[in-house]
Design a protein around this ligand. Structure first.
Ligand SMILES: Cc1ncc(COP(=O)(O)O)c(C=O)c1O
Length: 399
């Protein structure tokens, strides 16, 4: 693929799963098989001994899943990618096998709810020390640093406030101290953000979101930059068993074929809506990195080639208004997840981030009057009209 590395993203998204597919298939077939047949006992022995390359058992590797992994590896510009049955599987693999009891991890104070839960409710069971900081501030990272800090983990843009952290600056600081940097880039997809090119050691995505893009798969992918990291991930996934199934890998591969065109259109619609909401009397604040008055705007413009379609906003009418908005929308679907072809709307404080401890919610500005929207491919005027009619009702008492 080295000559294809020069090709544009959309061309690579269509072609980097490789030519010469099995049985002359045009698209990758679904290898729906648990095991692979050995030619002879000697063949089986050699495969297990690592003396020959080949497939053994689908928990260890499956051709359809590998086609997806190779595609993501090329799009991220990494050394190897690992597909999991969920984004949380990728997050667990990016952290747990890389940390040892007694070590310290600095994590962003704004992360997806279950990621917060993993770090704050479970890591202490393994004697891992966790400090949550505002990763948009280098001073905050510097003050949280300890002699046993081994990793910085962050989301940028972060869910749900779109907080932006400077990956290059953070990676420089961490690498001078021999620590790893892991970035969850779910909100922007590899089309708009390339964390590894900016210096991160590992990049991951909830593939459930933009990468698959149709709201019909739960999956995750982790991309690493060295063979040592790849060996750790291979070993971890083999024994913890989180490999993605081949049917889901097939659906994700299909989604990737339109990633670029979806992201471009979604970005355009989301920015139009964010600007319109920004000036709407029922709205207090809009958290969208494309808005010039958004705190992380300049860094977002520097490190991303575009901004995604998921953003949050707060309602002047408080929690009641946020709830009413969700009750009144007709085209936007009230549903968690994001990155689908259709527009989804939710209330982070009581849904995706309900498990975040209250003091962390306050620290990151996740208020009860906040609504998160993941803009889809509907016509922008239809979405605006839907939100406008619902917002109008939020300003009036319920009949
Ligand atoms: C930013 C982010 N990372 C990770 C996850 C977890 O992904 P999954 O639900 O695929 O396990 C989510 C889920 O919403 C998310 O929003």
């Amino acid at each position: 693929m080295s000559e294809e590395k020069q090709l544009a993203f959309e061309t690579r998204a269509l072609h980097c799963d490789g030519h010469g597919k099995p049985m002359h298939a045009h698209v990758w077939p679904i290898f729906q098989t648990s095991s692979f047949v050995f030619d002879s006992p000697e063949h089986g022995r050699a495969l297990f001994a690592g003396e020959q390359q080949g497939h053994i058992y689908s928990r260890l590797g499956n051709p359809t899943v590998e086609a997806l992994e190779n595609t993501v590896k090329e799009l991220e510009g990494g050394h190897a990618s690992f597909a999991f049955g969920s984004g949380m599987g990728a997050i667990t693999c990016s952290t747990m096998p890389f940390l040892h009891a007694g070590e310290h991890i600095i994590v962003g104070d704004t992360l997806y709810g279950c990621t917060v839960d993993l770090f704050h409710e479970h890591f202490h069971q393994y004697a891992l020390e966790v400090t949550a900081v505002d990763t948009s501030s280098m001073d905050a990272i510097k003050s949280a640093w300890k002699p046993n800090t081994k990793m910085i983990y962050l989301e940028t843009p972060a869910n749900p406030t779109n907080k932006i952290s400077d990956i290059g600056e953070i990676a420089k600081f961490a690498h001078e101290r021999n620590a790893l940097v892991v970035v969850d880039g779910t909100f922007s997809s590899p089309y708009f953000l390339k964390p590894l090119k900016l210096g991160a050691d590992m990049a991951l995505h909830s593939v459930t979101k933009y990468i698959s893009g149709h709201g019909d798969v739960v999956a995750g992918v982790l991309t690493v930059t060295t063979e040592d990291q790849a060996k750790i991930c291979r070993g971890w996934r083999k024994v913890t068993g989180g490999l993605l199934g081949p049917q889901d890998a097939f659906l994700v591969l299909r989604g990737i074929r339109t990633l670029q065109i979806r992201m471009e259109r979604i970005q355009q619609t989301a920015l139009t809506l964010a600007k319109w909401l920004h000036d709407h009397p029922a709205i207090e604040k809009v958290n969208h990195p494309g808005l010039e008055d958004f705190p992380g705007h300049d860094i977002a413009m520097k490190q991303m080639s575009g901004v995604g379609g998921t953003f949050s906003f707060t309602m002047r009418g408080g929690y009641e208004a946020a709830k009413r908005l969700l009750e009144e929308v007709k085209i936007c679907t009230v549903c968690v997840s994001l990155g689908s072809v259709d527009t989804l709307i939710e209330h982070p404080a009581s849904m995706t981030h309900a498990c975040v401890p209250e003091e962390l919610m306050i620290k990151q500005g996740l208020t009860k009057n906040m609504v998160r929207i993941s803009v889809g491919l509907e016509n922008v005027e239809d979405l605006k009209a839907d939100l406008a009619q619902a917002l109008e009702k939020c300003e009036k008492p319920k009949a």
